[in-house]
Design a protein around this ligand. Sequence first.
Ligand code: ADP
Ligand code: ZN
Length: 639
Amino acid sequence: MTQPRMRAPAGRESPCSVATLFDADPSTALKHHFGFDAFRPLQREIVDDVLGGRDVFALLPTGGGKSLCFQLPAVMGSGLTIVVSPLIALMKDQVDALTASGIPATYLNSTLDWSDARARLRGLEAGAYRLLYLAPERLALPHALDDLQRLGVARLAIDEAHCISEWGHDFRPDYRRLATLRTAFPGIPVLALTATATERVRRDIVTLLGLRDPRCYVASFDRPNLLYRVLPKGDTFATLLRFVRERSKESGIVYVASRRQAESLSDKLRAAGIAALPYHAGLEPAARAYNQERFRRDDARVMCATIAFGMGIDKPNVRYVVHYDLPKNLEGYYQETGRAGRDGLPADCLLFYSAADVAKQLAFIDEKEERERAHALAGLRLMRHYAETADCRRSVLLGHFGEMLERQPCDGCDNCRTPRLRYDGTVPAQKFLSNVVRVRAAGGFSVGLHHLVDVLIGKATQNVLAWNHDALTTFGIGKDVARDRWLAIGRELVRLGLLRQTPGLRSTLELTDSGRRTLLERATVLMTSGPQALGGGKKRASTTSRAQNGEGDGDGGIDGALFEELRTVRRRVADERDVPAYVIFPDTALRAMARDVPANAGELRRIPGVGDKKLADFGETFLAAIAAYRDRAATSRDE
Ligand code: ADP
Ligand code: ZN
């Protein structure tokens, strides 16, 4: 074969060389093609296995760097890599990004007209590309498999592999066709990638794709660069506005519970001078695509969205995800917050919480079918636990996925950074616990949290009267404390293990052994006060001041003005090429430039994110901008 892509390694000394082949060392190839200095966890192992011809299943969190797991083997190995992805809207971006890195790639999906598709196929037949992004529905076309047979396919990557399973939430019937690919290319290794997979979905992926003795990789779901915080509702909009204004140049997502709210919140933000747009399933597809594009191109800073804004977001520099309302469960919360900080730089996850939100959700759950209810309730209970806990939030989140967090405190959640004040809550605890005992003794049955609190504050509700609970000695002993506070105390006693909550819809509270002992021995009970307001407690300079992943020193030494200047340059270059800014250089690269102030090509190449192709294409422009900035700074110093 004499295809151009089969050339022996082109000299690495020439910065604009096309994709090199048979690169002996993946680390060298990583820097050469993508400009990265180190692999993210498991990337190296996966790349090695894929190059070794093994089937691989990889479960990596969002931002874990899944794309690289097939892109690097695609440039290092011979032959064509087919990438199946359900996200048609993103294919062009991915291909643009690869092209910017000097890697020949193309895509085939329904957005192309017949002649364009034909031309791409001819290019593929001539061996002009290393990667082909393919929409699964293409496989339904006549000749689709025959066409592919002629292309010298060397390996297959299935992105968002969970779409193959009906048990997942993104099931795509077209993904079932992928089994035919396996049959058509029996000898070709398959790499299945996903960020969402329960045990059941994982098994589906392996069997339905027909993976053979696959090596399975499961990365930690910890996202060390994300900071998790919860704030009580009340002045919520004003707090949000302050939060957004403190990050006026950054992009963020604000999740809300309804379409109407997505509209009204974005209106309010716009009225306050913030470039915000709505996104929800009620918008026309064109409007949705337009708003998403504006967000991707940094024209809109804030997306006010329902959870319809989801899988298709691959913007790496989302700096915050705010939940204006309580999510339904922790899985959802993890996925949604996961969209922040894919580039590895610090990002904020903020949840606004009020007990009223729980009540609203309970009302929704009440309307559900019986068999869905228990599941939904359990989910909500955990979500509430996350919002109310005084313990490490990261631990709660990861614990839900069966992962233990080793570093404690995590330094990346409000509770670890500013431990909540504890106070001696022995007296209210005694009142609450003895009330539980009295109520139970009176009627021989347990009751729920709300009823218990009604008795404590002396509220003569229908049930209280019907069950004679107004005659108990504990009736009204908690008048001096507000109802909401008692509800919180009750939930804290559950968290402390002194009370047990029975599962199910009509959940009741019972004393545990430890609760009984505490009551009898009048043991001291330490309780925590509510969460602190934004900006309270230990002062943080800014969201970007945290060291990330143990590397670098955050904002330390970054010239902010130069960074802004470089952003402007990047924006101009991106607009000229009609691509999103991050396709040119990621934020991480610009920050490193603003810190190290490279003066020549050699220094610029040391910046993470600067590969050889980008050095050749954009190096001069950025070096010139840096030099001009330096000159100006020197002049103003001399004056
Ligand atoms: P995922 O699909 O797993 O969410 P992506 O493949 O989109 O993640 O990668 C997320 C971001 O991380 C991208 O901007 C990508 O360029 C960057 N990235 C991937 N691997 C590395 C690495 N080894 N070093 C630095 N950045 C990386
Ligand atoms: Zn923590």
